[in-house]
Design a protein around this ligand. Structure first.
Ligand code: SER
Length: 579
């Protein structure tokens, strides 16, 4: 039995029901592009709703994190991963949960207890130290010197939602002698499993209250525990990658050893592209949101396939995708069902990129005909118009003995990236949306709506997503209640007053820190570059934003809310028009 099956089997034998993985593209949560943790699809049940499968669940959830795309290529980073989890929805709590984890690791996987250490929540002003968990660990034979109390052992997805103290389990992954005293900062100790005791709810205004039930949410990254179990330090050498890497070796006629970085990038990116394209959301490569991530993954994989000497017009990508589908189809039926869809997506994007690649190469050789170095504008043009990664431009220039203004490019790229990152972090207004006159007006109106909601409903309101079309604007925001008719009227009136006041819209560049200090609103501060643009509308609104905006609110017309509805737990959605 493989590790994933053993995990499921263990928890099923202990009264848990296996639930299928939720789609990787969340169905009802516009604030994230992909599920990034096993708990995300279970939020309503952690909040108190009855789950149709009962109170004890076990699952493996497809997750995608693309924030550190650039890190992929090393031994441990992946853009796609599976999170194994067991769940108690108001059933067992700390003692049983810790016992289950301990039994699975030491009895099923036979990991020696001497190689384990744990962290436990040390408490804060509101919540006491978790002595219960520490006592349970002691009773199982974990020595005090292997238990660290930490204040940041508190888990929450994002800024608000179900949350609680957690206890993390570490494994000593090194040939060195296992130290008596556990040091969580020593990276020979790797975190393998997290037990979160979800008993609280943090509201958007920061208040912590008790959830109706005490829940357990555990998460164990499959890739990592598999590497521990199979005794390798390179995740790509685990059994789950074997056939995929073998296929890359075959199509490139090269060995993994010596070509690790490009092979890992191709393997990782094609695998994630397969999972995105096969998801029932039917995402296609594009320049926005999930489609933009899909496009970047495929193009980067193509680029590295080329580096490996693969003929990119051959069926190399189809063969790797088929290997991925065959590896995972037993667990994810949609892969087999959508096999052809996946292959078509890859084929079409490859053809598209190959076309721009050729044109880009022609452009590159035209620009360098007279032996000119590549300036920042040219490098950016090659990136922006032909999808050329800077490394490709540098590589080509090098062959001709020319230089590239890489730092100038990086500056241009940074500005551009604030838009892309924003798009990959959430559906932030405007983002990569169209820039027509009416869309620009909606964009400015979005800032006014955000500000008006904060005045009328309260400062706990924050933007959670938005979408603009030439016909209307849509705005998602944190709020724990349906807006009353009176609130809606007040919001409309306030926005229209600000429009009537003819407020000027100005922009200013500043450091991220200054922007935070100045109280500027934004959705995902950590996703922004160090230097950000803050748009100011009169004295009523300050927001981090990539623009574009009108220069004076007087041109916006009349603002009218056409719909206000629930969007997801704690998030409301407004649709509005400018008339
Ligand atoms: N929610 C926790 C995590 O993602 C445990 O599943 O780490």
């Amino acid at each position: 039995m493989n590790l994933k099956d053993s995990f499921i089997d263990f928890f099923v034998k202990n009264g848990h029901k296996l639930i299928p993985s939720a789609p990787v593209v969340p169905e009802n949560d516009p604030s994230v592009l992909f599920n990034t943790a096993g708990m995300q699809p279970l939020i309503p049940y952690l909040m108190g709703e009855e789950h149709p499968y009962g109170k004890r669940l076990v699952d493996y959830q497809k997750c995608i994190r693309t924030n550190d795309l650039d890190e992929v290529g090393d031994k441990t980073h992946h853009t796609f991963f599976e999170m194994l989890g067991n769940w108690s929805l108001g059933d067992y709590f700390k003692t049983e949960s810790i016992n289950y984890s301990f039994d699975f690791l030491t009895r099923v996987l036979n990991i020696p207890v001497e190689r384990l250490a744990v962290t436990v929540f040390s408490g804060n002003e509101q919540i006491p130290r978790d002595d219960v968990s520490a006592d349970v660990w002691r009773s199982l034979g974990i020595k005090d010197s292997r238990i660290a109390f930490l204040s940041d052992n508190f888990w929450i997805a994002g800024e608000y939602g179900p949350c609680g103290g957690d206890s993390e389990i570490f494994y000593f992954r090194s040939d060195d002698e296992v130290p008596c005293v556990f040091d969580p900062d020593d990276d020979r100790w790797v975190e393998i499993w997290n037990n979160v005791f979800m008993e609280f709810y943090k509201s958007p205004d920061g208040t912590i209250t008790e959830l109706p039930k005490k829940n357990v949410d555990t998460g164990m990254g499959y890739e990592r525990i598999l590497a521990v179990y199979e005794g390798v330090t390179d995740n790509y050498k685990t059994s789950v990658w074997r056939n995929i890497i073998k296929t890359i070796e075959d199509v490139s006629s090269k060995s993994y050893d010596g070509n690790e970085v490009s092979m890992r990038i191709v393997a990782d990116h094609i695998r994630t592209a397969v999972f995105i394209a096969a998801d029932n959301a039917m995402i296609k490569p594009s320049n926005t949101d999930q489609g933009y991530i899909l496009r970047r993954l495929i193009r980067r994989a193509i680029r590295h396939a080329k580096k490996l000497g693969i003929d990119i017009n051959s069926d190399w990508d189809q063969r790797i995708a088929n290997a991925v589908i065959d590896e995972y189809k037993r667990y994810y039926v949609e892969l087999e069902q959508n096999r052809q869809v996946v292959l078509d997506v890859l084929q079409m994007e490859k053809e598209k990129f190959n076309r721009t690649l050729e044109k880009g190469l022609r452009e590159f050789y035209k620009r360098t005909r007279d032996g000119h170095d590549i300036d920042a504008d040219c490098a950016f043009h090659l990136y922006d118009t032909y999808g050329f990664p800077i490394e490709l431009t540098v590589e080509l220039a090098c062959e001709l003995g020319l230089k590239v203004d890489v730092s100038g490019f990086k500056e241009r790229f940074k500005e551009h990236q604030s838009l892309s990152r924003t798009a990959s972090a959430g559906k932030f207004k405007g983002g990569l949306a169209g820039n027509s006159e009416i869309e620009t007006k909606y964009h400015t109106a979005t800032h006014l709506l955000n500000a008006a909601l904060r005045v009328v409903v309260g400062s706990g309101v924050h933007q959670k997503g938005s979408n603009i079309t030439p016909e209307r604007m849509r705005f998602d925001f944190s709020c724990d209640h349906k807006l009353t008719d009176c609130e809606k009227r007040d919001v409309e009136d306030l926005v229209n007053k600000w429009i009537g006041d003819g407020l000027s819209v100005t922009k200013e560049e500043m450091s991220k820190e200054e922007a935070i200090k100045s109280g500027a609103e934004c959705m995902f501060i950590e996703k922004y570059p160090d230097v950000v643009t803050v748009y100011k509308i009169g004295d009523v609104s300050r927001e981090l934003c990539g623009g574009p905006h009108v220069s004076n609110t007087s041109v916006l017309g009349t603002f009218r809310i056409i719909k206000e509805e629930a969007c997801s737990a704690g998030v409301r959605r407004i649709k509005a028009v400018l008339e």
